[in-house]
Design a protein around this ligand. Structure first.
Ligand SMILES: *[C@@H]1O[C@H](CO)[C@@H](O)[C@H](O)[C@H]1NC(C)=O
Ligand SMILES: *[C@@H]1O[C@H](CO)[C@@H](O)[C@H](O)[C@H]1NC(C)=O
Ligand SMILES: *[C@@H]1O[C@H](CO)[C@@H](O)[C@H](O)[C@H]1NC(C)=O
Ligand SMILES: *[C@@H]1O[C@H](CO)[C@@H](O)[C@H](O)[C@H]1NC(C)=O
Length: 394
């Protein structure tokens, strides 16, 4: 009898424990799904309801698609040599994939439709060479309908302005490595490739130019993965990857998050961009294997990675999480009655899978260096503009 009672007692404990566990799991999964869902689409809900929340465009997989891409290196007059991978011997197999969201179909890019959406508008990509990569893709896609006219191009292509006369559409790219104020350290009279980053001061070279722009696509990330020194309120607070034991090493994710917070805050308060739609593109990872840039790293995979080969606790995903978090904060702060919009374009997972989509060794190489950071054209980066079309059409 005593034994029987003990058994019940033990089982009651077990039952309590299991229901406790179950509620924790339920709580966690609710939290998690509300994170990845309502944050992603909270701004979409402002426009429309039900429909968008039913399909998360950023959760899906790459599937085979043997249709020819919308453009190729003959039909795109602005094809940049560095991304013309087929010309440099890359096998074309990597082209024949398309992104399939789990719960819907992503419409194919339609240059005429895109141009009609952005008619009489200005769109700017703000960021580093990956922001430029998206602009290059968009130029190729749109030039199937109308040939763009170059209005401005600085010596190293960092600032460019293109114009589509019959749609009165202006397309720009504005260079910024860090979004915030950054001064390169000069060591022994030479540029050191190490920067002093003022995490709380937005960099004027882009922020002074956004007045009157209707759509901005903002991004950052890759330049933070090196030795940099971090400042707040003008004071040195720490560093990224420095070998100075007197300084706290905050790591790149913290700095990316702070710089983004400063930038989104600036846009949310910007008086001259009342109607602006700001699209935050999440982090685009590189795929160097067996070494880094300029250190023997390469990427010669011929297929997208499988789900299991992608790490959700690596730095790429952690950067993405921090960006999603900052996005969530700004969306919460911007009042619904304002015309200003913030939209998340969460390409991180899709791009993590595309280890096969970089130029690798198929570009006009500097010595033996592989490019496993930028994306070939045509290629997986065209997805970003497909997503942009859906976002802007809302
Ligand atoms: C375009 O790509 C093909 C390979 O598909 C290559 O043979 C050709 O040289 C390239 N042409 C141009 C103009 O880049
Ligand atoms: C802003 O960024 C540009 C481009 O990276 C850089 O040349 C310039 O020095 C930066 N300006 C400031 C004030 O940090
Ligand atoms: C990629 O390159 C490495 C090193 O050169 C080689 O061992 C490997 O077989 C290559 N893989 C493919 C798929 O070409
Ligand atoms: C990532 O997860 C794997 C297994 O799930 C673990 O072995 C590894 O230590 C984790 N890495 C980091 C950086 O947390």
């Amino acid at each position: 009898m005593e034994h029987y009672c003990k058994l019940i007692q033990r089982n009651i404990g077990l039952i309590f424990f299991s229901s406790f566990l179950l509620s924790i799991i339920l709580l966690l999964s609710t939290l998690y799904s509300s994170n990845s869902f309502s944050i992603t689409f909270s701004q979409f809900e402002l426009y429309d309801h039900e429909e968008e929340t039913a399909c998360d465009l950023f959760v899906g997989k790459w599937i085979r698609d043997f249709r020819e891409p919308i453009y190729n290196n003959w039909t795109c007059p602005t094809m940049p040599g560095l991304k013309n991978c087929l010309k440099h011997g890359k096998d074309s197999d990597y082209i024949y994939w398309r992104w399939k969201p789990d719960n819907c179909e992503l419409p194919r890019f339609d240059p005429s439709m895109f141009l009609s959406i952005v008619q009489r508008k200005k769109l700017a990509f703000i960021g580093d060479s990956l922001a430029r990569n998206q602009m290059e893709s968009l130029l190729c896609l749109l030039s199937q309908v109308e040939t763009p006219v170059s209005k401005h191009r600085d010596a190293d292509d960092k600032f460019q302005t293109w114009y589509f006369p019959s749609h009165d559409f202006t397309l720009m790219v504005m260079w910024t490595e860090f979004l915030v104020v950054a001064n390169e350290r000069i060591v022994n009279g030479r540029a050191s490739n190490e920067f002093d980053l003022h995490l709380d001061k937005v960099n004027g070279t882009w922020s002074d130019k956004i007045a009157g722009i209707h759509y901005t696509v903002i991004s950052s990330g890759n330049w933070f993965f090196r030795t940099n020194y971090l400042y707040k309120g003008g004071k040195l607070i720490g560093c990224i990857y420095c070998r100075d034991s007197n300084l706290k090493d905050y790591g790149p994710v913290y700095a990316i998050k702070s710089a983004l917070s400063t930038s989104l805050e600036f846009i949310s308060k910007c008086k001259d961009c009342e109607d602006m739609v700001t699209v935050l593109r999440t982090y685009s990872p590189s795929h160097f294997e067996h070494g880094a840039w300029f250190a023997g790293g390469y990427c010669n995979r011929t297929q997208p990675l499988s789900e299991g080969e992608v790490s959700l606790n690596g730095s790429s995903w952690r950067v993405r999480e921090s960006q999603v978090e900052e996005f969530g904060k700004i969306v919460q702060r911007v009042e619904r009655k304002e015309k200003k919009r913030f939209v998340l374009m969460d390409v991180n997972k899709a791009m993590m899978l595309r280890a096969d989509g970089h130029p690798g060794s198929h570009w006009p190489r500097i010595r033996d260096v592989s490019d496993c950071l930028h994306w070939c054209l045509p290629g997986p980066v065209d997805l970003w503009n497909e997503l942009l079309m859906v976002i802007l059409s809302k």
